[in-house]
Design a protein around this ligand. Sequence first.
Ligand code: ZN
Length: 266
Amino acid sequence: MSDYEQVLYERIGPVARISHNRPERRNAEGTRMLEEMERAIAEALADDSVRVLVIAGVGNHFSAGHDLKEGESRRHYSVEQRYAHEERLFYDFCLKLRDAPKPTIAQVQGACLAAAFMLANMCDLVVASEDAFFADPVVNTLGAAAVEVLIHPSVLGMRAAKDLLFTGRRMDAREAYKIGMVSRLVPRSELEAETLALAGQIAKAPPFALKLVKRSLHRTMDMAGFRAGLDAHFDTHQLSHASAAFGDVWEKGLSTAIESGRKAVG
Ligand code: ZN
């Protein structure tokens, strides 16, 4: 069962904590990590003794997002190849986490960027430490139309979503807490304990009632067009991958993209 290399799977009472575990690469999400994370989430959902899932990161950062080095190897993918890859590993994977029938909490410290911003925001609640920061800089750095799941307006509000996506700037944990994207803001030293305390409190509620209320909350969003908006954005995002601006970034080389990313997030 627990033969994970890039994910740490821990059981703590009724909680399954699934952590990005590649701290030497700022927990960059490559294919292996995402496949392991998908498997770990399925393991936690299949286990009746797990009541709450926590998604976390080992080390100083939650995650800096998708592994750009690995991404470079896909620069000459056809539209069909890229669509299939991103649909399976980026889009469907994220929505499976969003639709998980058990409550989910993101435990965030340090960088939470681009694809990691997307992943953390698939969770029902977000607990962040004061050093956490969030950004989706890929409009500015890669010429891409945001990340694959356009979760931003529903967790930030439309005004802040535009601010962040147009500028690529960082939002610190305090600002994220103020606008309601972060559910609990805590000192770094208390991040794990506070997240587990919150998970433990939720774990006391009857699982079937939690499952049903989550389903109703999501159906309310879906009936207002949430899921259709995400589906539409995924296709729009694929169009941006075929643009000259996106191609130019990779022609100039990965280091230029990473450097402009560093500048964009400050
Ligand atoms: Zn993409």
